[in-house]
Structure formats: C-alpha cells, structure tokens
Design a protein around this ligand. Structure first.
Ligand SMILES: NC(=O)c1ccc[n+]([C@@H]2O[C@H](COP(=O)([O-])OP(=O)(O)OC[C@H]3O[C@@H](n4cnc5c(N)ncnc54)[C@H](OP(=O)(O)O)[C@@H]3O)[C@@H](O)[C@H]2O)c1
Length: 239
C-alpha cells in the first residue's frame, strides 16, 4: 500500500455539471483527496452517490460561494479535514450564467452573478490561502469563460453581457493573485462549450472531454504558466 501523502483538492460547485465531473475524474486516482463544496449538499444526489463509492477520499462540505458567511465558515471544515496537510489545488468552479444582453441586464441578477462568479472566488481563495501555503503544488484554477475575453467579444456577440462582465472580473482577479503571490500558480481557464445545464442547447462537447482537458492543463501547469488565460485544450485565450 502506498504511504505517499494524498494530493489534496478543493472544488466549488460540485453538485452537477463540470464540477461534478471534476470530482468524478479526480476520484479515479486513489491518491487524490477531494473536498467538494456544494451549496446544498443534501440535494446533491449524484455527488453523494460518488461519496458512497469513494472509500474515504471524498469529503462533501457546504460551501455557498455567494454567501460570504458560508465561505468563511468553510475554513473550519477545511481545518478539520486537512489538519496539517496542505491544500494542493483550489478549483473555483461554481458559477451562474444568466442570459441577457447589455440593455436587458437585470441589476439584481447581475449583482448576484458577480457575488458567485467573481467575489466568491476571491473570498474562497482568501480562505484557502493558509492551506495552499502548506500545500506542495500551490495551484489555483479559476473556471472562467471565453465570454470574459475582451479579445473574443466580437466572436461571442452581444449575448451573455452580464455573465461576460463577471468572468472578465474573475480574469483580473487571477492576474492580480499571480502578481501578489509569485509562489502560487494561478490559471484562469475556459472549459469549452460543455453540455451542462448552464450551456443548454449551446453545449458542444461532453463534460468528460472538457474536464479531462481542464485537469491536464492544471496538473501540468508550472510557475511559468501563472497568470495565463487558457482553453481546456491548452490554447491561450486573448484577454
Ligand atoms: N458549460 C459550459 O459550456 C461553460 C462554458 C464556459 C464556462 N463555464 C463555467 O464552468 C463552470 C461550471 O459551469 P457548468 O456548465 O457546470 O454549470 P451548471 O451545470 O449550471 O452547474 C453550476 C454549478 O455551480 C453551482 N453553483 C451555482 N451557484 C453557486 C453558489 N453560490 N455556491 C456554490 N455553488 C454554486 C451549482 O450548484 P447548484 O446545483 O446548487 O445550483 C452547480 O453545481 C461555471 O463557472 C461556468 O461559468 C461553463
């Protein structure tokens, strides 16, 4: 039996979609210890099914990234699960994707989306930082979107205006984190147009393909890659 310390992961938004698939693929390696955040764990049926077969390598915690008290409270869970073991990877995946255009934005919906897509990842990163500091790889992955790329805005078109704003802000957060903490590797990444509830009729690739690429990118990323905006297949996305 291997006595190697586990590779530890914290992933947000794991009840379904890309987050659930990230957890599923990580659990395929018994050396991974996965902490899966869900805003309503009791309703996350598929996640709880994974836990039943994970043989102790999956911990599900309540983590509503838009509820800042919930994010701060998760520090206690992280401490209880990790103890002196550091956190190797943080994946900020939870997201909301309202459909609007610049002149149809609902201000309240946009604020809620900012809380989840931009402010939540900033606070989760702050809460995770002491644990990442003790980790071996010290990597943060923000699941962003090509919609947040100014350089791709003409191709994306007028739709998803509010969502795009929140992902641009997330990208800036990633770059500021890289500047402040050169000891971390911070990547912001578009998972591609994966078939999930969020993409609906626009989904093109299976979540399994998206996530295989996402994990390959973050696992192989080095300090030299910190601050990059990448696609799930490793291509660079213009800011
Ligand atoms: N699918 C795509 O084509 C695509 C493309 C580009 C980027 N992305 C990004 O990929 C990420 C995952 O999206 P997806 O396609 O998997 O979407 P999804 O199927 O709609 O799943 C979204 C996940 O985020 C969770 N979530 C939402 N608000 C939350 C909150 N406040 N706290 C904690 N969890 C919360 C949801 O939990 P509940 O079940 O509790 O609602 C769900 O687990 C998002 O950041 C999204 O912007 C997706």
């Amino acid at each position: 039996m291997s006595t190697a310390p586990p590779t530890t992961w914290l992933v947000t938004g794991t009840s379904r979609g890309i987050g659930l698939e990230i957890v599923r693929q990580l659990l395929a390696s018994p050396n991974n210890l996965v902490i899966a955040g869900a805003r309503t764990p009791e309703k996350a049926t598929a996640l709880r099914e994974l836990k039943n077969t994970a043989q102790g390598t999956l911990h599900v915690i309540k983590l509503d990234v838009g509820d800042f008290a919930s994010v701060r409270a998760s520090a206690t869970d992280l401490q209880a699960i990790l103890g002196d073991t550091g956190l190797d990877y943080l994946i900020n995946n939870a997201g909301l994707g309202p459909r609007d255009t610049a002149f149809t934005i609902d201000a309240d919906v946009l604020l809620e989306t900012f809380k989840t897509n931009s402010v939540g990842p900033a606070l989760v990163s702050q809460v995770a930082l002491p644990f990442l500091g003790k980790g071996r790889t010290k990597k943060i992955l923000h699941i962003s979107s090509t919609a947040g790329s100014l350089g791709s805005a003409d191709a994306v078109g007028s739709m998803l205006a509010g969502y795009s704003m929140t992902k641009s802000a997330l990208n800036m957060l990633a770059y500021k984190q890289k500047l402040e903490r050169p000891d971390l590797t911070v990547i912001t990444l578009c998972p591609g147009s994966a078939k999930t509830d969020m993409s609906g009729e626009y989904g093109k690739i299976e979540p399994s393909e998206s996530v295989a690429g996402v994990l390959k990118v973050i696992i192989s990323a080095t300090a030299a890659d910190s601050g990059k905006f990448l696609r799930y297949n490793g291509e660079t996305i213009p800011w």
